[in-house]
Design a protein around this ligand. Structure first.
Ligand code: KG4
Ligand code: ZN
Length: 353
């Protein structure tokens, strides 16, 4: 089975070809064109600029993805595209292109939930069976989910305000580290003292699995406005303190989720982390320890497959195609698209920054 995957839900224009082989899944090509340079002057993603950049760069990305994979459009078994959640302009560009290609090639179209793609990536890279516990942490989302099966997710907790990636991005701006914040904070934190600034661990020790990061952002703002311009030492120490606070907050909530997960699914044996923030090394260290203490296996996709890319979309396409969960060319776009539709809406959940 060979699927072409297209990702345009935020600021990465991405196309990839993924195949299943006798030896397991294989990424035949995975092209990601970041729009970093276009958005850099504004310190964040500008939706209109993102949509136009996708329009300019999607054609060549798809052509190169097919060429690198050595696959003709007629040879794919399906065309998958992120259909939500995300920025509507980008979603329109990617999905319309995918529908057109699917129609021209006479192949099924697969409308992919971007969050489901993050959730399933670990099954592309590792042998992970359902059910597993997932910490999904990206720029727009911060959730704890039980992945019960393809299309079947139970939300244990979500953020009440900012997502973890958003917390990195907003605090990085305050610290003067630029955009995108996560990688910048991680780089600056390398030489920093994580104990120099005392920052809150929001929600720590409270019952349940919900997150909150706005208080952390306020604490960083207080420090930066009190001290004035930060020198590189201050920046490194504050970055290290922030990174530790976010990782400890995430780990604390995940510990509660493990208890709930094992109660409902005593057969479950795996903790997974996915989404852009999952690229963070310190978070991986914290979660490795947490899983070890709980007797769980910990699995994280390689960093390049944690941030947005086409292979995650193509793989979700394969997972759905195998179950014949294909979509019509009239499939809607869904800027908000929760994975667990039965879970009550929360103020910060389902929002893609
Ligand atoms: O999954 P993703 O690429 O896009 C969304 O679906 O949102 O996640 C992007 C987010 C950004 O907030 C970025 O700052 C964060 O992931 N991020 C990181 C790291 N790499 C990306 N956060 C912490 N450490 C990193 N190394
Ligand atoms: Zn994402």
């Amino acid at each position: 089975m060979i699927v072409l995957g297209i990702e345009t839900s935020c600021d990465e224009t991405a196309a990839a070809v993924v195949a299943t082989t006798a030896a397991g899944p294989r990424i035949l090509s995975n092209l990601v064109r970041s729009q970093l340079a276009e958005h850099m002057p504004y310190g964040g993603v500008v939706p209109e600029i993102a949509a136009r950049a996708h329009l300019d760069h999607l054609d060549p990305a798809i052509l190169r993805a097919l060429a690198e994979a050595g696959v003709l459009l007629g040879e794919v078994d399906g065309v998958a595209a992120a259909a939500g959640p995300g920025l509507i302009g980008g979603l329109i560009v990617g999905s319309t292109m995918a529908k057109g290609l699917a129609w021209a090639a006479g192949k099924p179209f697969l409308a992919i939930n971007h969050l489901e793609a993050h959730a399933l990536t670990v099954r592309l890279t590792d042998e992970v069976e359902f059910p597993y516990l997932l910490l999904l942490v990206s720029g727009g989302h911060c959730q704890l989910l039980v992945c019960v099966g393809v299309g079947h997710y139970t939300r244990l907790g979500t953020t009440l305000d900012d997502a973890a990636g958003e917390a990195f991005d907003k605090a990085a701006k305050l610290i003067g580290l630029g955009y995108p914040g996560g990688p910048a904070v991680e780089a600056a934190a390398r030489d920093g003292d994580p104990c120099r600034f005392v920052l809150p661990r929001p929600m720590k020790s409270r019952p349940g699995c919900d997150f909150s990061f706005s208080g952390l952002k306020t604490a960083v703002r207080q420090i930066t406005s009190e001290r004035g311009p930060l020198d590189p030492r201050d920046q490194a120490d504050l970055a290290a303190s922030l990174q530790l606070a976010i990782c400890e907050a995430l780990t604390d909530r995940t510990a509660n989720a493990i208890t709930g997960f094992l109660r409902e699914h005593p057969e479950g044996d795996t903790l997974v982390v996915a989404g852009g923030v999952a690229a963070n090394k310190q978070l991986r260290i914290c979660l490795t320890k947490l899983a070890e203490d709980a007797g769980l296996r910990f699995v994280a996709p390689p960093p390049a497959l944690c941030t947005d890319n086409g292979a995650t979309i193509a793989w979700a396409g394969i997972e759905r195609l195998r179950l014949n969960l294909v979509d019509g060319l009239d499939a809607p776009l869904r800027p908000r698209w929760p994975l667990d539709t039965a879970a009550p809406p929360r103020p910060g959940a389902g929002v893609k920054a």
